[in-house]
Design a protein around this ligand. Structure first.
Ligand code: FAD
Length: 434
């Protein structure tokens, strides 16, 4: 079954689509063109790389299989967070403490860079500072606090520890036993951000083609990328197609694709809460995520809707009865809201790597890729775009720090990796319950 099957919620309109006007469009590619760089995928990674490269005077063509920002970038939880999905232990083990600290600092820079781009280009994407991570059990709260202590002692990153009663500054829920709050991270309307980036790219002369899936890649050099109706010959290629690359063109980079598992995750948007309801659920408007293996993540939108993310699917099928399940989750976290109506419900695919660390590298000296953001890519993708652009310009030290991280393919090959992962995840969920 195709990842982009109509059985999935991918084709449904999200709250983000409903609250944004698409002013940037790109006609399909219908000719054979020459460029300095061809970027495959118009999400945060591809768009930010394109902007930086165009600012350096390079001619850039972006090929997008669907529409700009229609992948994970335009449908995510909007939480722009410091750090990495893998946690720091994986990075310390693979890179050593000094380089793990460098990577951590780059993750801080990634959030700063996102804010800088919003300000510099006057992109109004409803930015709000503040992020809260919460634990559902006393044991998990101790583990979270230990993590926060390590961030402080090893990386100099201070957060505020809140025990259960103190959490009420940020969240009114009986579910959590403690949490950490910080103001570096925050949240935004991701599709407004993606479309804002696209407008900047357009103003810099980047050629963007929607409905133009790259169907084959001959690495050359020069590289040749073919679509159904045209081709781009370019000195450099940026593969920024995330977990959906294999769906559009499984043959472009099969080895790369084998290291990524597309996992469906879903978001429900309630109608706007009243001011009193908002104050009695998330008074500080911080973004929230918990530390469950299959986590809940939620926040208020600018018009005070509760955007509640959670559930996962390891097949491409939407879980049955999803709306009811999401309503139940919301009521568990916020019993005071009762069974909330749902105005919008949609999903998307997270590109997880086996160790949840970023999987960036080169297929050939001039063919760059960045994948494996593992559900932690809103800020980091913009840094991936910058570091790829720098590497193409000959300054590769930032990019190569991440390219050193080793990754394994998911066991089981294309046929068995999904059932094997589902089994592994079921085990972790059982651990969460007990
Ligand atoms: C529901 C959901 C919630 C999430 N919540 C958060 C969150 O709160 N915080 C966080 O940090 N991260 C979150 N993430 C992850 C984050 O959204 C991603 O890490 C990030 O958007 C990835 O950006 P990208 O540009 O690499 O990929 P994408 O945005 O997926 O862009 C890739 C693009 O490539 C295109 N494409 C694919 N194949 C081809 C081809 N052959 N030719 C041309 N184009 C192609 C796709 O159509 C797509 O538009 C979430 C993801 C999802 C799905």
């Amino acid at each position: 079954m195709s990842l982009l099957s109509s059985d999935t919620l991918l084709n449904q309109h999200s709250y983000y689509e409903a609250s944004t006007r698409r002013l940037v469009h790109g006609e399909p590619l219908v000719d054979d063109v020459r460029a300095d760089v061809v970027v495959i995928g118009a999400g945060f990674t591809g768009l930010t790389a394109a902007i930086d490269l165009a600012q350096q005077g390079l001619q850039v063509v972006v090929l997008e299989a669907d529409r700009i920002g229609s992948g994970a970038s335009g449908r995510n939880g909007g939480q722009a967070l410091v750090g990495f999905a893998s946690g720091q232990a994986e990075l310390e083990q693979q890179l050593g403490l000094a380089d793990a600290k460098r990577a951590w600092d780059i993750s801080l820079d990634a959030v700063a860079l996102l804010k800088e781009r919003l300000n510099q280009h006057a992109i109004d994407a409803d930015w709000r500072s503040g992020a809260l991570t919460v634990a559902t059990t006393a044991r998990k709260a101790r583990a979270l606090r230990a993590d926060a202590d390590q961030w402080a002692t090893r990386y100099g990153f201070e957060t505020q520890w809140l025990d259960a009663p103190a959490l009420s500054q940020h969240i009114l829920s009986p579910r959590y036993q403690g949490g950490i709050h910080e103001e570096v991270s925050g949240h935004l309307h991701p599709l407004k951000y993606a479309l804002g980036l696209a407008q900047v790219a357009r103003s810099l002369g980047v050629r963007m083609h929607e409905h133009s899936a790259a169907l084959s890649l001959d690495t050359g050099p020069p590289a040749l990328v073919r679509t159904a109706t045209g081709s781009v010959t370019a000195d450099f290629v940026v593969l920024a197609a995330n977990s959906t690359l294999g769906a559009w063109s499984p043959k472009i980079a099969p080895a790369m694709h084998a290291r990524i598992m597309p996992v469906g995750t879903y978001i429900a948007a309630t109608p706007p809460l009243s001011e009193a309801q908002a104050h009695d659920t998330l008074p500080s408007c911080s973004a929230v995520c918990d530390t469950q293996f299959v986590l809940d993540y939620f926040r208020l939108s600018a018009d005070r809707r509760l955007l509640f993310g959670g559930r996962v699917s390891y097949t491409t099928m939407t879980p049955p009865g999803l709306k009811g399940l999401m309503q139940k989750r919301i009521a568990q976290v916020f019993p005071q809201l009762g069974r909330m109506p749902i105005d919008y419900l949609w999903g998307g695919f997270v590109d997880i790597s086996m160790n949840r660390a970023p999987d960036w590298g080169r297929l050939a000296p001039h063919v760059y890729y960045a994948q494996g953001f593992s559900g932690h890519g809103v800020a980091l993708t913009g840094m991936a775009g910058r570091l790829i652009a720098q590497a193409i310009q000959g300054q590769a030290s930032g990019f190569d720090l991440f390219a050193r991280l080793k990754h394994r393919p998911f066991p089981g090959g294309p046929l068995w990796r999904t059932p094997l992962l589902a089994l592994g995840m079921a085990y972790h969920r059982m651990k969460d319950w007990f």
